[in-house]
Design a protein around this ligand. Structure first.
Ligand SMILES: [Mn+2]
Length: 361
């Protein structure tokens, strides 16, 4: 594996490449052209400029998170081919610049969903949290307002204001889309992009839906082992792979994370590893917060997650995921420097111990 951190670009991120370069064992960044909109072609010049900037800091681009999918593709409207053509062009430009991993998601309307961006935790730090009772009380429009209020002035990935301004229109677009149609539209998209992925050896890594169930009546399909194996099989090409995100699949306690990892051998191209702490697991009252990465501060066994990745021979980029705000840092929620740096160091420590104490099966 290669330890990386997510970086949103010098115009958007409070964390600098210089700081990332100084986190022990981090050699790459996962980045994006944050000022592009879904459906737009990423020019080779812009990609090259981003790459040069990252490389000048002594790091390199380990992959893109994300190249977002236009709603026309997810909904399957008649103009989807135009947007898929643009996506193919973007992939070709990335391939020509030597970038071989692209994370994306196929969630209708909303990207990740949390009800609080700055819940005060027992140690005085703050973190993102989810409460089912809070979700049940609010409408999608209110949720956007709540989310933007606590964002420390940052534009949150997947929650861009231009997009959220059209929220009613978006719900309308998805009104006839159920899980089966979403699967069919995903298949259509993947079949069209696989040739360019084969040509440039680009690993597509779908990010799970977060949380891993339907919200506000919208279908969500990348949520569990059965669905993800169905997706791998429906377009059976190694370039059709996944981002294994423990914090997203882990929202559903029925997901056995190490078992899912083992079942996806050869198809995990990117890993997000973080911990959650469940305060209540009763359906209807579900409540969790994004905990520090360390196993004993949350609900997951991080050693077992890393061991499963080690055992399947995972060799892609991995990154600590959302961190808490600690030591008075002010940054994009989930994406400060300090707690993610602690996470990277902890995950590197686990990996070293696993490597030294085991023989790969
Ligand atoms: Mn993730």
């Amino acid at each position: 594996m290669e330890m990386t951190m997510r970086w949103f670009g010098s115009k958007f991120d409070t964390v600098t490449l210089k700081q990332i370069r100084q986190v022990p064992g981090v050699t790459g960044v996962i980045t994006t052209l944050y000022d592009t909109t879904p459906g737009e072609v990423w020019s080779r010049e812009k990609i090259k400029a981003l790459k040069d900037e990252v490389e000048a800091s002594g790091l390199h681009i380990s992959g893109i998170e994300s190249v977002n999918i236009h709603d026309a593709i997810k909904v399957g409207t008649p103009d989807r081919d135009l947007y898929i053509d643009n996506y193919i062009q973007t992939l070709e430009n990335l391939g020509l610049e030597g970038i071989h991993m692209v994370c994306y998601n196929f969630m209708p309307v909303f990207d990740w969903t949390r009800t609080e961006l700055a819940r005060k935790l027992a140690d005085g730090s703050t973190g993102l949290a989810y409460s089912q009772e809070a979700i049940d009380r609010i409408t999608p429009e209110n949720m956007f307002e709540e989310i933007s209020k606590d964002s420390n002035g940052a534009v949150l990935p997947g929650w861009e204001p231009e997009r959220m301004a059209k929220i009613k229109e978006l719900f309308e677009m998805y009104s006839t889309i159920d899980s089966e149609k979403l699967f069919a539209n995903l298949k259509y998209f993947l079949e069209r992009i696989m040739p360019v992925c084969d040509k440039y050896d680009i690993n597509m890594a779908i990010h799970p839906d977060d949380p891993a169930w339907s919200v506000f009546g919208l279908p969500r399909i990348i949520i569990n082992k059965a669905n993800i194996l169905r997706m791998m099989k429906m377009v059976d090409n190694p370039h059709n792979g996944v981002t294994f995100c423990s914090g997203s699949y882990g929202t559903n306690l029925e997901n056995d994370l190490p078992d899912m990892i083992r079942s996806l051998k050869g198809r995990i191209h990117f890993a997000h590893v973080r911990n959650l702490k469940f305060n209540c697991t009763e359906p209807g009252h579900l409540d969790f917060e994004e905990a520090p990465h360390l196993s004993r501060t949350g609900s997951f066994d991080m050693y077992e997650i890393m061991k499963a990745l080690y055992e399947i021979g995972f060799d892609g980029p991995i990154r600590p995921d959302h961190g808490r705000m600690i030591w008075d840092e002010v940054a994009m929620p989930g994406y400060g420097l300090y707690d993610r740096a602690l996470g990277a160091t902890y995950l590197n420590g686990l990996w070293e111990a696993i490597e030294k104490s085991s023989t790969r099966k």
